[in-house]
Design a binder for this molecule. Sequence first.
Ligand code: ADP
Ligand code: MG
Length: 232
Amino acid sequence: MLPTPTRESRAVDGLFIDGLRFSYGREFSLHVGSLRLAAGEQVLLAGPSGSGKSTLLHLVAGLDEPEAGSITIGGRDIIAVHGARRDRLRGQQIGMIFQTFNLLHGFTAVENVMMPLMMLGVAQDAMRQRAHDALRRLGIERPHADVDTLSVGQQQRVAVARATVTGPALVLADEPTASLDPEASAAAIAVIREACVTAGASLLVTSHDPTLRGEFERVIDVREFVTVGVHA
Ligand code: ADP
Ligand code: MG
């Protein structure tokens, strides 16, 4: 069995943002002077709807172009590379979890979890083994079931397995509890946090729900970075 890559022994930060500037025209601007997440650190990015949480997460994932700054994930600057090189860096260093999971419909749980490994060119056998291991750790007993036949809670576990199976330096979770009731929401956060510990990944999770604030040792309000906008 292949060992799951972990990064516990790594000296580099999970995430380091330096001098980041981004705006949507004159309506909305973000400036992050300096923000550091230690390897394995778990942080809640809070703020009401429309305050800029998703915008910051997209920038960290290298899905939007900032006007200035660097974003270093697991020691590598995602802004400094472009095109296919950036996609590859994202695939190696980042796992993403979305509110609506974004699973591939019509595919099995294990096929969904294999997808990010396929992008990295992992060999077939190793890929299958790692996907099955990740699903087993997350308590999915029917890895060959079509994801559409799984419960919402199980679908989210598949999404968590997919986000952590590559052993990323950083997991980004954008409003992962927004469509869940309070009880399911607490359970979902616990699953995500545990999977990140196992993978050795740092976690940056967003929520507009103030009740989550008490759960995290470190909470950052995105409004402290907003220099122009409704909340500035
Ligand atoms: P949150 O995730 O906290 O709800 P967003 O990051 O989605 O907030 O949005 C922050 C601000 O940026 C809002 O004012 C929103 O209207 C604006 N915004 C988001 N996406 C775009 C876009 N593609 N073009 C222009 N403005 C946008
Ligand atoms: Mg959002």
